[in-house]
Ligand binder design. Structure first.
Ligand SMILES: NC(=O)c1ccc[n+]([C@@H]2O[C@H](COP(=O)([O-])OP(=O)(O)OC[C@H]3O[C@@H](n4cnc5c(N)ncnc54)[C@H](OP(=O)(O)O)[C@@H]3O)[C@@H](O)[C@H]2O)c1
Length: 265
């Protein structure tokens, strides 16, 4: 399957690096497209329409506000479309790209190292109606749906959700690399304040993040179990956790999700 990327910014680069396959690509800044094609293989093309014409699957990697403007060039040529645009439901994508298979995925930056969380939005009702028939999650043929799902599954863990929940999931996993980096930075700075050099603190904190993620996977994602194992009654960690709770850690993450969903203050 020939993949074509429309837009060659941060997420297009992460996807292309994760896929490790040649891509066709275009970007208003030709140099950016050339750089990506040189890095991962494939070809930078002069227009979005040409990318669409020569691709089996067009992956929309521009900003959400450019949906209509890009569709005007791409829709007449595209055979199948996968969008990674935030806050852009399947219904809106289908208006811009009628009468062909349309898929909605939200990736997260670690797709670059094949450790990403990827959410696929599907129309559950339509999917149930088509169950057992030819159509599948993307409205393409069963074979195309499988191929597209496999493509995105290579990037890490793929979770399928009803499209109505994809924006909430975006706030959990797509924004989270920034949150995790910020949490790590805060810990490293706390260590600096008490005399641990930043570089050393970063090694300790980041290795602990990676190791804890692996432990959580092995413990069936049971966050409470892992926290209890570290938190002996009346111990040091219990004091630290209580301090974080007093400082409003949970409320801060709730506020962050509300803000992502446009409901914050
Ligand atoms: N970054 C993430 O973690 C993340 C996660 C999930 C989903 N997403 C989604 O992924 C998409 C890209 O995000 P990003 O962070 O990669 O943004 P980005 O770095 O700004 O990349 C967008 C690219 O699209 C280009 N572009 C603008 N107009 C275009 C056009 N008409 N045709 C083709 N390309 C065009 C931009 O060029 P100019 O800079 O010259 O305008 C830029 O190179 C967004 O829709 C976002 O919602 C991002």
């Amino acid at each position: 399957m020939q993949v074509g990327l429309i837009g060659c910014g941060n997420m297009a680069r992460a996807l292309a690096r994760g896929w490790r396959r040649p891509v066709l690509c275009s970007d208003p800044i030709a140099e950016r497209a050339r750089g990506l094609a040189e890095e991962v293989g494939g070809e930078a093309l002069a227009s979005n329409a040409e990318v669409a014409r020569r691709s089996d699957l067009v992956v929309l990697c521009h900003k959400p506000a450019q949906l209509r403007e890009v569709a005007a060039e791409v829709a007449p040529e595209a055979r199948a479309v996968a969008s990674i645009l935030a806050s852009t439901p399947l219904a809106a994508l289908r208006v811009s790209y009628p009468e062909r298979p349309v898929y909605r995925f939200i990736p997260s930056l670690p797709v670059e190292v094949r450790q990403g969380a990827v959410v696929q939005g599907i129309d559950s009702q339509q999917s149930a109606a088509e169950d057992g028939a030819d159509g599948g999650d993307g409205g393409g043929s069963g074979a195309l749906d499988v191929e597209v799902t496999q493509l995105f599954s290579q990037l890490g863990t793929l979770v399928v959700l009803d499209d109505s929940l994809v924006d909430v999931a975006t706030g959990l996993m797509s924004c989270a690399p920034a949150y995790v980096a910020l949490v790590a930075e805060a810990q490293i700075d706390a260590g600096v304040r008490r005399g641990i050099p930043a570089q050393l603190g970063a090694q300790l904190v980041v290795q602990t993040l990676a190791g804890t993620a692996e432990l959580l996977r092995q413990r069936d994602f049971d966050t409470v179990a892992v926290r209890r194992e570290v938190t002996s009654p009346g111990g040091l960690t219990a004091r630290g956790v209580a301090a974080l709770e007093r400082a409003g850690l949970r409320a801060a993450f709730n506020d962050a999700l509300d803000a992502v969903l446009g409901q914050g203050t």
